[in-house]
Write a protein that binds this ligand. Structure first.
Ligand code: NDP
Ligand code: GDR
Length: 324
């Protein structure tokens, strides 16, 4: 029997790739769509992947539990992937309450609706390496202590622990993926990798001459979103729910990412990158490096895309888009 999945955040980067993966596995795929006055941009990522017509959208908002209840009653999902969030760390200092409502309490709205209406539904929570924040261990695993450094990370940590609590208190099949940064041509333009690849393409095409960035020394463990949604799905196929780190196990600075992206088009980053205080954060997470051993051992998952392949795919996609 084909399964039914509900994805919150289906219009985002991960939602689009996850929808594509689940469709390829013959799932009936449903997503939450929050009302927007800018109807022309809705579903742009699903459209990019050519699957907009293959998913069913439901008008709802993570902050409104009545809408979540209605959608679960209508869809009767076997699996719910909670990817919806205010996911941009920098914005979370400007909108801490909204970030807490959507990225923190939003998860509890879904968990509570599952508990009341559909306790057999399996649940995935999009947790994050940002929860480690001011980490004390060189490689972060499932047992590394958390120390969130932004309103976003604090909201996500609450959602993470509520997922664990609903699993332990009510026996829900609720799993949490602690995903390290993952990128793609569908990454939002405000995130640093996409900002860089978009900037590189503009400079190469003569549409701009520099990019302004913040902290070039920050280091991240960057993978490809297409690989990471596979890990989400695998978590919900296990007999027992659990928490898993999903990462590549390699960390790279923003500066080195710039070098790779500029080198891809035969340019030098040092000639085109400027540092601008406006892109610095009130508190920084300096280094993230994940240990994905558990995901490999228990899920049989590992990242397949190298950073060099990721950078090349993103720069090429931006060159193609801007050339049109
Ligand atoms: P995006 O920012 O691309 O997508 C966020 C999604 O959440 C969008 O579909 C957005 O809808 C939706 N959303 C925002 N507010 C609400 C709301 N009030 N009600 C319902 N939906 C809402 O994020 P990603 O795809 O990159 O990430 C997916 C999830 O994984 C997020 O929870 C993120 O925090 C988490 N994560 C991401 C990582 C990464 O590196 N990408 C790493 C670790 C965790 P709309 O289109 O209407 O704005
Ligand atoms: P992050 O991603 O905060 O790790 O959160 P982002 O790409 O925004 O920043 C990564 C690092 O780059 C530094 N940086 C800049 N960042 C942005 N956005 N713009 C700049 O100009 C710039 N210059 C330097 C940042 O300071 C930071 O250190 C992402 C999101 O997807 C979260 O939702 C997710 O949980 C985590 O990844 C894992």
């Amino acid at each position: 029997m084909a399964k039914t999945a509900l994805i919150t955040g289906i219009t985002g980067q991960d939602g689009a790739y996850l929808a594509q993966l689940l469709l390829s596995k013959n799932y009936s795929v449903h997503g939450l769509l929050r009302r927007s006055a800018s109807a022309d941009v809705i579903g742009a990522r699903l459209n990019f992947l050519g699957i907009l017509g293959d998913v069913e959208m439901h008008d709802a908002n993570l902050t409104d539990i009545t809408s979540i209840i209605r959608v679960i009653q209508t869809v009767k999902p076997d699996e719910i992937y909670n990817l919806g969030a205010q996911s941009f760390v920098k914005t979370s200092w400007q909108q801490p309450v909204l970030t807490g409502s959507v990225s923190g309490l939003g998860a509890v709205n879904v968990l509570e609706a599952i508990r009341l209406l559909s306790p057999q539904t399996r649940f995935y929570q999009a947790s994050t390496s940002e929860m480690y924040g001011l980490i004390q261990e060189p490689r972060q695993s499932e047992t590394t202590p958390f120390y969130p450094r932004s309103p976003y990370a604090a909201a996500k940590l609450y959602a993470h622990w509520m997922t664990v609590n609903y699993r332990e208190s009510f026996g829900l099949h609720a799993s949490s993926g602690i995903l390290f940064n993952h990128e793609s041509p569908l990454r939002g333009i405000e995130f640093v990798t996409r900002k860089i690849t978009d900037g590189v393409a503009r400079i190469k095409l003569g549409l701009a001459d520099h990019i302004s960035l913040g902290n070039l020394d920050a280091k991240r463990d960057w993978g490809h979103a297409r690989d990471y949604v596979e890990a989400m799905w695998l978590m919900l196929q296990q007999d027992t729910p659990d928490d898993y780190v999903v990462a590549t196990g390699r960390t790279t600075s923003v500066r080195d990412f710039c070098d790779l992206a500029f080198a891809h088009v035969g340019l030098k980053a040092a000639d085109h990158v400027r540092v601008d205080e406006r892109f610095m954060r009130p508190a920084e997470v300096d280094v993230l490096l994940g240990n994905p051993d558990k995901a490999k051992a228990k899920l049989g998952w590992q990242a397949t895309t190298t950073l060099e392949q990721l950078v090349a795919e993103m720069v090429e996609a931006d060159l193609k888009r801007l050339s049109r």
